[in-house]
Design a protein around this ligand. Sequence first.
Ligand code: ARG
Length: 457
Amino acid sequence: MAQLWGGRFTKETDKLVYAFNASIGFDQKFFHEDVAGSRAHVKMLCKQGILTDEERDQILAGLDGIEADVDAGKLKITDTYEDIHSFVEANLIDRIGDPGKKLHTGRSRNDQVALDMRLYTRGQVQEMDGLLKHFLETILSVMEANVDTIMPGFTHLQKAQPITLAHHMGAYFEMFKRDRLRLHDIYERMNFCPLGSGALAGTTYPLDREFTASELGFYGPTANSMDGVSDRDYLIEFLSALSTMMMHLSRFSEEVIIWNSNEYRFVEIDDAYSTGSSIMPQKKNPDIAELVRGKTGRVYGALMSLLTTMKGIPLAYNKDMQEDKELAFDAMDTAKGCVALFDGMLATMKFNNRVMADSARHGFTNATDAADYLVNHGVPFRDAHGIIGQIVLHCIDRGIAIDDMSLEDLRSFSDKFEADIFDAISMETCVNKRLTVGAPGHDAMLSHIRLCREYLS
Ligand code: ARG
């Protein structure tokens, strides 16, 4: 058991207590961030005349060696150390002796862990942003290829009005774009450096916090040392943004699962992204979409857990805050994996354009347009609605679409129908007449696609 704080104790820590208290099992995830923070701290200590040039160089060389050995697998991070901070410091002292003991001058593990977690999370925000950007590119290419691919749009999971696949994908483009924008907002608020906050009240050493902040790529130091060591709301914001993103991904998954079902057959998921059944040879299951939908709960769980952990903690640091890590790490890894896999699944998915168009045609999705036709020929809307309702019933009885009826049959319901009715209620007309901003009509869709392209470039 290697601890940094044995001085005032007369007894060994109980083994169970040691294990319960230790965080090395999970905080090794930010080993590199811990070393980066120490490098900046040491450079600053030397610049401020607190360490000599020689001590700085020895410490930096020691940190380089530790990092290289861990990366090469020559040095193992084991649970003989309480946490990753102790691991680095103890190994530094082993390597370079006395100068190593000066590393922690003017620093507490409280501002150290606050820094490490923030650096790690900042990196995760950036990684997530990159994955989402790539995913948006994939969605946009499906949009560009399917401006004229007709499909039914649904409300209540009942066919409602015809739309296009580009339009449907465009809805998701907007959702994931907002998810990215949320990440950018979070980055702007979180990118301040807590190092130099000390345990809670700063330090008596003349630290240059501007220097370490800029050395580590932050906009500047945090403005209050108690807040610096005990703020985790940037992490709550990130978990919240990830939860919202997972909610979007889960809705998309649900649709893919429905579209891939035997009844719908709108899409076929690539073999590489589906799995079979051990007993039913005919099966090709949408497991990836189901797992993404399922894993959404884990990410929500991490958010709820941290909100609950933080809710009653008095200022400043308390050990409760060690609980900010495991579930948050899991949520970050889960969310990244889900976006990457869904992206790949979408990129390789086949859309059955004919099935989708047939489905739109056979679901009376043009009933509103047929009523509008009568309105344009002088029938009050309420009456037109009633007439088309009767026509729909007539068609259901016969298993046909409105466009399958003859003009004569149509005229037996209303003499306002003329030969141009068939053109007026064709799927193409129904879609392309919808030209308002944000609608699926060809030109409106092309404008949206242009905006999406501009956004991504
Ligand atoms: N493992 C601790 C955490 O994750 C590091 C900070 C320890 N500070 C302390 N005063 N015990 O929060």
